[in-house]
Design a protein. Sequence first.
Length: 81
Amino acid sequence: MFNNVIKLGNVFHSIEATKSIIVKIDTNIKIPKLGQKVFNEEMHEIGYVSNIFGPTSSPFIEIRVNKENLSLEITKVYLKE
């Protein structure tokens, strides 16, 4: 189904009010596209990229988390290509 699974980064902070998490993108990772689906360690879809911000040398992304995944303990996030 998917050829590559790429670790996007580690969760830096979660924001309950907006149902989102902030992820520090790992170095040498291609910046994801807005709207791109994001997955947890079990490869379940947890949400999508809603914002990219910070310096280009060390960017962060905001992931809007799906309702059913709000209670999950998410520490690492992945992309599928």
